[in-house]
Design a binder for this molecule. Structure first.
Ligand SMILES: Cc1cc2nc3c(=O)[nH]c(=O)nc-3n(C[C@H](O)[C@H](O)[C@H](O)COP(=O)(O)OP(=O)(O)OC[C@H]3O[C@@H](n4cnc5c(N)ncnc54)[C@H](O)[C@@H]3O)c2cc1C
Length: 312
C-alpha cells in the first residue's frame, strides 16, 4: 500500500469534543490519530465557570492542555496540520492536509467546531477585550458573571433580541444596538419595550475597549455609550466544509445535522461538538465526543463481525 500514514480512526479537531473522542477511543484500544490546526475556540476562554468539576473555574488553555495530556496518556497520537480534503477511499477515508501530507483511516470523527462572526476590531485588541472581560460572545457561558451589569448587545435583529431577552434574566440594564440598521419587527420592538430593554437606532461606528468597560459610538450620537460588557449577536460559521465535501446535507445555519451518522449514507463518518447543531458548550461537546467515539468503536466492531454492541 502507499506510504500514507494510517489510523483506525482519525479525529479532526483537538477541542473538548475531539479530545474526549480521542480519550474514549484510546481506552477502547483503538489506534486513534487527532489532527488539528490549533484553532480550538476553547483556547480563547479566559476562565470558564460552567465546566463541571472545576468550581474555581479553569482557563481554556489549561483545560485543553489537561485533555490533550489525558488522551495522549492512553495512546492517542496528536498532530498539528490543517485538513483540507476528506474523501471516501475504498471502505474508508483519505485525508489530505494543506502541508500535502495524507492519511488513511477506517472511520472519521469530525470535531471541527465553528468560527464566530466577530466585531471589527484589530486582532490583538479584540483578544485583549475578551481577556479584560468587556467583550463576550456567549450569554449561556458568562451571563451569570454579568448580574446587574450594564450590558450592550450588538445585532438589532431577531438573534440580538433573543439574546437581549436571555440576558434580561441577569440585569435590568440592557441595550440593543444595530451593527448597521435595526431589523426588529413591530412585535419584537414591543417585546423589547415590555421587557425594559433599550433599543438604539444608530449604526455602530466604533468600539473602544477599556480595561473596565466598553465604550460604544453610534451614528447620530455625539457622546459614546459605556457598558460593563458587550455581547455581539452576529452568528457563527460552522467549520463543516469537509462534511459538505462528503455530500452531507448541512442545516440552514451551516452545521452538521444531529444523527448524521445514521442519515448521511456515509458509513464510518461521525461528527461531534459545536460543528453539530445544538448548544455550543464544553459539556455538550464532551458528551458528543464520548458518543461519537462509542458509535465509531461499535461500528468498527460490527465491520469486524463483533455484533453484540455496548450501548454506553
Ligand atoms: C471567548 C469564549 C468563551 C467561551 N466560554 C465558554 C464557557 O465558559 N463555557 C462553555 O461551555 N463554553 C464556552 N465557550 C464555547 C466553547 O469554547 C466551545 O463550545 C467548545 O470549544 C466546543 O468544542 P469543540 O471541540 O466542538 O470545538 P473547538 O474547541 O472549537 O475545537 C475545534 C477543533 O477543530 C480543529 N479544526 C477545525 N477545522 C480543522 C481542519 N480543517 N483541520 C484541522 N483541524 C481543524 C481546530 O483546530 C480545533 O482543534 C467559549 C468560547 C469562546 C470563544
Amino acid at each position: 500500500m502507499s506510504s500514507r500514514t494510517q489510523a483506525e480512526v482519525i479525529v479532526i479537531g483537538a477541542g473538548p469534543s475531539g479530545l474526549t473522542a480521542a480519550l474514549y477511543l484510546a481506552r477502547y484500544r483503538r489506534d486513534v490519530l487527532v489532527i488539528h490546526d490549533g484553532n480550538s475556540r476553547a483556547l480563547r476562554i479566559p476562565k470558564t465557570h460552567n465546566a463541571p468539576g472545576f468550581p474555581e473555574g479553569i482557563t481554556g488553555p489549561d483545560l485543553i492542555e489537561r485533555m490533550t495530556r489525558h488522551a495522549a496518556e492512553f495512546g492517542a497520537r496528536i498532530e498539528e496540520d490543517e485538513v483540507t480534503g476528506l474523501e471516501r477511499a475504498g471502505q474508508g477515508f483519505l485525508l489530505t492536509a494543506s502541508s500535502e501530507r495524507q492519511w488513511e483511516s477506517r472511520a472519521v470523527i469530525l470535531a471541527s467546531g465553528i468560527f464566530l462572526n466577530q466585531v471589527d476590531l484589530p486582532h490583538d485588541l479584540h483578544e485583549q477585550a475578551i481577556e479584560w472581560g468587556v467583550l463576550r460572545y456567549c450569554p449561556v457561558c458568562d451571563g451569570y458573571e454579568h448580574s446587574d451589569a450594564r450590558i450592550g448587545i450588538i445585532g438589532c435583529d431577531s438573534d440580538g433580541a433573543a439574546e437581549a431577552l436571555f440576558l434580561r434574566q441577569y440585569s435590568e440594564d440592557i441595550t440593543l444596538m444595530p451593527l448597521s440598521h435595526p431589523e426588529l419587527s413591530a412585535e419584537q420592538q414591543a417585546e423589547m419595550e415590555e421587557a425594559g430593554i433599550v433599543v438604539e437606532m444608530g449604526a455602530l461606528t466604533a468600539l473602544e475597549p477599556r480595561e473596565d468597560r466598553m465604550d460604544v459610538r453610534l451614528e447620530g450620537r455625539d457622546a459614546s455609550l459605556s457598558f460593563d460588557v458587550i455581547y455581539p449577536a452576529l452568528g457563527s460559521r460552522p467549520r463543516a466544509e469537509l462534511a459538505a465535501g462528503l455530500g452531507i446535507a448541512l442545516k440552514e445555519e451551516g452545521c452538521v445535522p444531529a444523527g448524521s451518522e445514521k442519515d448521511s449514507g456515509i458509513p464510518g463518518f461521525f461528527a461531534a461538538g459545536d460543528v453539530v447543531e445544538g448548544l455550543d458548550q464544553i459539556s455538550v461537546a464532551m458528551g458528543h465526543g464520548a458518543l461519537a467515539a462509542t458509535k465509531a468503536h461499535n461500528w468498527l466492531r460490527e465491520q469486524d463481525r463483533h455484533t453484540l454492541q455496548t450501548q454506553g
